[in-house]
Design a protein around this ligand. Sequence first.
Ligand SMILES: [Zn+2]
Length: 247
Amino acid sequence: MGGATLHVGLQNPRIANTWLFSDGEGHTFLVDTGHRVERRSLAVSLRRAGVRRGGLTAVLLTHRHSDHAGNAAWLRDELRCPVICHAADAVTLSGREPAPRLARRGANAAYDALCRFEDRFPARSPVDEVYDEGDWRWGFEVISVAGHTRGSSLLFHQASGTLFTGDALLSGVPVQRLVARLTLAIPGFSEDVDACHHATRSFLRERRPVRALCAGHGPRVTRRLPQLLQALCAEPSADAAQPSGAT
Ligand SMILES: [Zn+2]
């Protein structure tokens, strides 16, 4: 990963990952912020990692869902750092537009209960800046994979080959984070899952040199990544692949 360092922000995330990422050039980011019910764990993890007020360059959000953006406003206040996301999610996250309803989009009963919770308690946060798609700041490329949410995005740190995927590409089933399985966005949690799958596969077909995959749910994956990622887009119906090992 060159001079970049990466570790999970939460000690034991049960709902969604946060990724504390230093780029080796003096910038430190938190990619996604977890759900607000895990705020105490996040605070402890950041303290142990030595992150103090003013120590984060920015909070980067892969999308606005409450298990990813749930602590954004709190971090912005506590650490005095900007919150950045895609413009299409910023309008909802900031409260200017209502969130599209997720419940009863075809999820199973357990997931539909989570969707109802999301509909009732969406994350809210001021947004200080929005992404430009393509080559962006601090060595990141921003790829829109609209469809999970309107602003769902992949964040690719080019120098280290680190790909942050949020819920557009998962390495574990939400909640059960230790199940290692590469999967495209889950239909029941997505506003337009076909659009999200299409955009994600289009990116994967470009065969970027991804050396570490950091999803919103599941472990970091580094082994056999080229094969695993190509398997996801080889067939229109092939939306999952089994990694032999995840790190
Ligand atoms: Zn999501």
